[in-house]
Design a protein around this ligand. Sequence first.
Ligand SMILES: NC(=O)c1ccc[n+]([C@@H]2O[C@H](COP(=O)([O-])OP(=O)(O)OC[C@H]3O[C@@H](n4cnc5c(N)ncnc54)[C@H](O)[C@@H]3O)[C@@H](O)[C@H]2O)c1
Ligand SMILES: O=C(O)CC[C@@H](O)C(=O)O
Length: 524
Amino acid sequence: MPKVLIADKLSPAAAEIFKNRGLEVDVKPGLTKEELIDIIGDYDGLAVRSACKPDADVIAAATNLKVIGRAGIGVDNIDVKAATAKGIVVMNTPFGNAITTAEHAIAMLFAAARQIPAADRGTQAGEWPKKAFMGTELTAKTLGVIGCGNIGSIVAERALGLKMKVVAYDPFLTEERATDLGVQKVELEQLLARADAITLHTPLTAATKNILSADAIQKTKKGVMIINCARGGLVDEAAVRAGLDSGHISAAAFDVFVEEPAKDNILFGAPNFIATPHLGAATTEAQENVALQIAEQIADYLLTGAISNALNTPSITAEEAPRLKPYADLAEKLGLFAGQIADGGFSDIEIGFEGEPAHLNTKPLTAAAVAGALRPLFTEVNMVSAPEMLKARGVTLTEATRSDSPVYDNLIRIRVKVDGSWRDVAGSIVAGVPKIVEVKGMALDAKFRPVILYVNNVDKPGFIGSLGVMLGDAGINIATFNLGRQSQGEEAVALVGIDAEIPEDVVKKIEALPQVRYVKVLTF
Ligand SMILES: NC(=O)c1ccc[n+]([C@@H]2O[C@H](COP(=O)([O-])OP(=O)(O)OC[C@H]3O[C@@H](n4cnc5c(N)ncnc54)[C@H](O)[C@@H]3O)[C@@H](O)[C@H]2O)c1
Ligand SMILES: O=C(O)CC[C@@H](O)C(=O)O
C-alpha cells in the first residue's frame, strides 16, 4: 500500500482523505532536514506547505518517492528540477488560497493606511495615543497592482469596491481583461508615478526580482504605501527601509521576506512598518481547500496514475500515458522555446500537429505546449492552469491538425504572435529523440540541451568563426552546433548547445557581431 508523509502543518482533512482512500499516512511536521533525509526513502508521496523544503539532498534520498504535493501555490521551497530529473511529479493547488491571500493584502492596506498595529500597541499600553495617528482615507486613492493574475485581480475587484481607482501593470493583462475588471492597464513607470499605494502579486522570477528597486521607489509619489503579500525579493528591502526612514514611503506592510523565517530583517523597527509571518494563505477556509485538493490529487496519482495540477509533467490518464507522453514532452519543450523567444507577453499562440500526434488526444499536448510557452513568465503554471490562464488573459489559442506530415512522421509546430509578428518553431520525434527541426521556417536538426544559444543572423562569411572564437575565449565548450538558412546570403539561424551558462558580457559581444540580428540564451 502506498505510503504518504505529511511533513508540514496541513488541515487534518488531508490525513483523513489519505486514510479513507486506503493509503498509509504519517503526519510529521517540523522535521529537520537530516530527519527528513533519514525517513524519506520510506514514502511514495510527500505533502508539504512552505516550511518543509524538499531540496536536491532530500530528493536524492527519496528512493521511492513518486509525487510531491504542495498545499498552496508557490513551489519555491521544492527543488522542481531535481524532482523532475528523478521522475517525481510535483503538483500544487493553484486556486485554493487566492481569495484568502487577496483579503490579507486588503487587510494590510487598511492596516498601513490607519497604522492599526501601532495604534493598538499604544492604546493597550495605556497611552491613548489619539494625536499620534493621522491616517489616509482610501476612497478615491489610486491603487497600483503589480501582477494582475488570480490574486492581483481579486485585490483589484475588492479595491474597486472600496471606491479606489486601480491601475495595473502586468505584461499578460489584455486591454479587454482590464476593461472587464474595471482597472486601467499601465506601464510600470506610469504605475509608479500615479499610485498612492502599490501592492505586489507576481511570482518571483528573474524579471520580477527587485521590481520595486531603489530606483523604482524613487519614482513613486511621496507618501506612497507598499504592500507585499506575494514573495520576498520582489522589493528591495533596504530601499524600503530608507524610504520609511526618510518619510518618502508613508507605510509598508509585508507578509513575505527575502529570508524566511524572517527573524532579523532590516525593515523591523522601521517607522510605519507592519509585518506578518507569511500569513497570506492562513485561514481555515483556504487551508481546508488546499489540504483537501492536494490529498485527493496525491491519492489519485498513487492509486490510479492520473495526474492533475502537475508543474513538471503533463496531465494525462493512465491509459493514454504511453503514447502521449513523448509528444507531450516535445510540445512542452517547443512551447518553452517559443515562450523564451517571445521575450514577454504574446497575443496569439498557434499549435499545429501533423502525422501521428494529430491522431491522438491533442488536448493534453496543447496544454503542455501552452504551459511551456507561459513558463518563462509564470513559474508556477501547470497543465491544468495554463489554458485557463491563457483564456483569462485574452490570448488567442488556435489548434490545427493535419493527418499526414510531408517530411517527418510526426511534427508539432508552435507559433506565437508578438507585437503583430509571428515567431515560430517546430519539432519532431526522430528515432525516439525529440528534436528541433525548424525555426522561423528554416530547416535544421537539433537536439534539446539544457542550455542552447539561439542566434538569428544574416548568412555572411566569417560569422561562425567569430562566434566560435568568442565562445572559446570565454572558456565555453560547444557541445552541438546546428545551422539553418533561407538561402545563401539570406536570413539564417544557429542553435548552439553549450556546456555551461553563458555570461551576459559574452552574449553582448555576440549581439555586437555585424551579421547578428538577435541572440537569446534558451534553457530547457
Ligand atoms: N503570502 C502568501 O501566503 C501567498 C499565498 C498565495 C500566493 N502567494 C504568491 O502570490 C503570487 C501571485 O499568485 P497568483 O496565484 O496570483 O499567481 P498568478 O500566476 O495567477 O498571477 C501572477 C501574475 O503576475 C504577472 N507577471 C508575471 N511576470 C510579471 C512581470 N514581470 N511584471 C508584472 N506582472 C508579471 C503574470 O502575468 C500574472 O498575471 C505568487 O508569487 C504566489 O506564490 C502568496
Ligand atoms: O502555505 C502557506 O502558508 C503559504 C502559501 C503561499 O505562499 C502560496 O504560495 O501558496
